[in-house]
Design a protein. Sequence first.
Length: 291
Amino acid sequence: YYFYSAPENFNEEMLRGKRVIVTGASSGIGEQMAYHLARMEAHLLLTARTEAKLQKVVRRCLELGAASARYVSGSMEDTTLPDVVVQEAENTWGGLDMLILNHIGYSYFNYFDGDVEHVRKLLEINFLSYVAMTVSALPMLKESDGSIVVLSSMAGRIGTPFIAPYTATKFALEGFFSSLRQEFIMEKVNVSVTLCVLGYIDTENAVQAVSHAVRDKPAPKEECALEIIKSGALRQRELHYPPRLVGNLLLLQAIAPDFLDSLIRGNYKAEQLCLSRMHQKSVTHSIKHPF
Ligand SMILES: NC(=O)C1=CN([C@@H]2O[C@H](COP(=O)(O)OP(=O)(O)OC[C@H]3O[C@@H](n4cnc5c(N)ncnc54)[C@H](OP(=O)(O)O)[C@@H]3O)[C@@H](O)[C@H]2O)C=CC1
Ligand SMILES: CC(C)CCC[C@@H](C)[C@H]1CC[C@H]2[C@@H]3C(=O)C=C4C[C@@H](O)CC[C@]4(C)[C@H]3CC[C@]12C
């Protein structure tokens, strides 16, 4: 808990005047991170697909005290977007202090349906675009001794049912960015890599997607967003949030993996899932081939 939970020695002034990119900032945890950073008087560059939402978030950030706030809209399915976003930071600020990689593409919550194309697309949005953003931003981050913050999940450490494609993208991030962290240390590159291992958080999209089928109660997105910023600013290796839940589950994984798996299965209401699956089909008219 000591190493990976809410750090005590954080000071909000650490973020004053810092130049920060936040992806997936139009809703959920990304939006809340933008508001905290604005209060701390950082310069913000936000991105997501929905321009109307980004405009609202930017306006609110300026009201809250952001040193500056702007956005670039677009989908991370578009492989040119990562470079466009980073270029915008370079053109307006001439540098970058923190890169917060947070966006995720839509996925279903159900038994894996065999749709390989969907897994490919999700890897592009949730994983490859994170790699591309990092490659583009690295020269500026090296220059500023900056920080990379990557949003992962308990589902990036532990196999959890009904989100196989999503889980794959989070395991990929964990592997790629822990490897990169090792290389940075070996090459004396002073750029920190913080991996955020989150449990269930009460964002609108998450609650809508899973609340009918998950027994666990979600943790608050506002506090979660603040802990992420703290751990990035303090250049922590990882954040566990909520700290006790994530810490205990990872410990259990190390000593009793089968028991942990059964605990996780017990946390789901599979009957609810079947109903919603039929509902989803009748609504979207998508014919898929469940295993
Ligand atoms: N909520 C939870 O329970 C948990 C969340 N996490 C992680 O936290 C992070 C944030 O999650 P949360 O706040 O719940 O997510 P939300 O669904 O609330 O937000 C996702 C963001 O990504 C954007 N987005 C969606 N599709 C694309 C796309 N194709 N290209 C670019 N941007 C896109 C959305 O905006 P728009 O639609 O406008 O593009 C939105 O701003 C994620 O990395 C998630 O994996 C981890 C564990 C648990
Ligand atoms: C053993 C239990 C106490 C803990 C189980 C924790 C479970 C319930 C937690 C851990 C990680 C969580 C998922 C996650 O990482 C991100 C998203 C994306 C969002 O758009 C939809 C919800 C979803 C799938 C979360 C669903 C709930 C998950 C599986």
